[in-house]
Design a binder for this molecule. Structure first.
Ligand code: CA
Ligand code: CA
Ligand code: CA
Length: 390
């Protein structure tokens, strides 16, 4: 799998497609209609995500599935017009999360009986239990108590296709009210972030990187000033497309692999910049910016803080996007959305977007709690209808 670069302009195009929610609803309705026309019975797999069935899948092959449960996620019961930390909001969200937890508790024994591992449980942005199950069991899982629908989880790959283009950042930095991203929290959903890299204020010493165990947070090593939080949902050996490696082994350390796709994305978003002598650039970020002085140029918004949500192993693809999006809505996992990321960047996808109503619902609900979702687009070339999933 070759990591690919997306232009920041490409992100902006994707943003328009992803933040309105309209294409999602239209596509969802079209899929629903198509399922109804096909005479698909309620609660049967596939319902709306796969009206055409699951062609080519071996019934014994383990696949990643979303079990969609009855009832809305917490983000869909927010009282209108109230802040996310208002006592009424907090109480209503807490009540809904407790009800969903009880519902998931009722489902868990049924999955245990069938020896089906749970990969993730979502309650904030979607009411979903994600499992890894033989493809042939999908329809039966759709008939478990509380399950209204089963969807195949889209398999996504990293996407980033060209270097940082000229976007006029120094002009923005130099405005009367300069925009450097101060106080903004950006979640990078990717291969992790190399928080030891000089571009993020680390030493930049390769020996320090080699000595760091990527599955363990050594005392004092993480979080850092620039990367204020994160989680590795995958583990370095994970690969959704490899049946030997498609069970994630999560760990608390989102240190990037040497391939560095997530670090590259984060660097474009808000790296400090590294000077020719290898030292960290600390500003000023203004019109005095001279690219000739840099080994690594600063990012567009060099004062943002990062959350590193690692959903890829060191190669291949992922089915773990939903967990990372859910975490971005509530990074400290206390059931209150007031710490949600301001921006989520997902430079990943699969061609011909909107394959998953669950992922679409999650992204729409992330918008509802106030997070801007930025997704790669246009990596497949200059043609129509190639916006990536999600
Ligand atoms: Ca790790
Ligand atoms: Ca470590
Ligand atoms: Ca929280």
């Amino acid at each position: 799998m070759v990591p690919r670069l997306a232009t920041f302009a490409g992100f902006a195009v994707a943003l328009c497609a992803c933040s309105s929610g309209e294409p999602t609803e239209q596509t969802g309705r079209a899929l629903q209609r198509s399922a109804e026309e096909a005479g698909t019975a309620p609660h049967a797999f596939p319902l709306d995500a796969f009206p055409m069935g699951l062609p080519g899948l071996d019934p014994l092959e383990p696949v990643s599935l979303y079990l969609v449960l009855d009832g809305p996620p917490a983000a869909e019961v927010l009282p209108p017009g109230l802040p996310l930390d208002h006592p009424t909001t907090v109480a209503r969200v807490g009540e809904r999360l407790a009800a969903i937890a009880a519902q998931h508790d009722r489902l868990r024994p049924h999955l245990k009986d069938r020896a089906i591992p749970i990969i993730a449980e979502l309650s904030r942005l979607a009411n979903v239990v994600q499992v890894l199950a033989p493809a042939g069991e999908a329809a039966a899982l759709g008939r478990l108590p509380g399950v209204t629908r089963v969807e195949l989880v889209p398999t996504l790959k990293p996407a980033l296709q060209s270097a940082l283009p000229v976007v006029g950042a120094p002009d923005v930095w130099a405005q009367a009210t300069p925009y450097h991203g101060d106080g903004l929290r950006v979640a990078i959903i990717d291969t992790g972030i190399d928080y030891l890299h000089a571009d993020f204020g680390g030493s930049g010493d390769p020996n320090e990187y080699d000595a760091n165990d990527p599955a363990v947070v050594e005392s004092g090593s993480f979080p850092t000033v620039r990367v204020i939080g994160g989680w590795d949902f995958a583990g370095n050996d994970y690969d959704a497309s490899n049946s030997e490696k498609n069970t994630p082994v999560p760990d608390p350390d989102p240190l990037d692999c040497k391939s560095g796709h997530g670090s590259h994305v984060a660097g474009i978003t808000g790296g400090n910049g590294v000077l020719l002598d290898g030292t960290v650039f600390s500003g000023p970020y203004d019109q005095s910016y001279d690219p000739a002085l840099f080994r690594l140029a600063p990012g567009v918004a060099p004062r943002v803080s990062f959350y590193a949500y690692k959903v890829f192993g060191c190669g291949g693809s992922t089915n773990l996007l939903a967990s990372a999006l859910e975490r971005a809505a509530d990074p400290d996992q206390d059931g209150i959305f007031d710490d949600r990321a301001d921006v989520v960047n997902g430079s990943l996808g699969s061609s011909y977007g909107l394959k998953s109503p669950v992922n679409a619902q999650i992204i729409k609900n992330l918008n509802t709690v106030g997070t801007l979702v930025v997704i790669a687009a246009g990596n497949e070339g200059r043609t129509f209808f190639i916006t990536g999933t999600p």
